[in-house]
Design a protein. Sequence first.
Length: 151
Amino acid sequence: MTIDPVQVEDTGRYTCMATNEYGQASTSAFFRVLKVEKEAAPPRFVNTLKDQECKEGEVISFECEVEGWPEPELVWLVDDQPLRPSHDFKIEYDGMNAKLEIRDAQPDDTGVYCVKIQNEFGTAESKAELTVIPDPDKNHVAPEFQGVFKI
């Protein structure tokens, strides 16, 4: 008999019976499945964020791998301000891999990006700088009046 995958609910007494024309025989055993808890661990980065540079209008992403138990909560910041998912900022986190994707990067997206992870046993953070190079063909200055006219 094979139990795969074994579950805590499989705990119990199991009996094997063999029968033929001369009689029968049986044996039994108690099978106990123990639940193994993961060992508590503070959050830590398996790999950290890296400084990046991109051109205006490009898609750029920051990625890192984290671990800890219980599973760390995660927050993204830019220049110490919380970052929320939006059309321009896509955030993904599966408990192990974290990704921030910046779509259509603009010069004002330049800054220090930080990912903070936390569980009941500690906190950790990783920071990286993003530099968005302005498109030289775009006009990045506010309009000015060239003269005064009277009506």
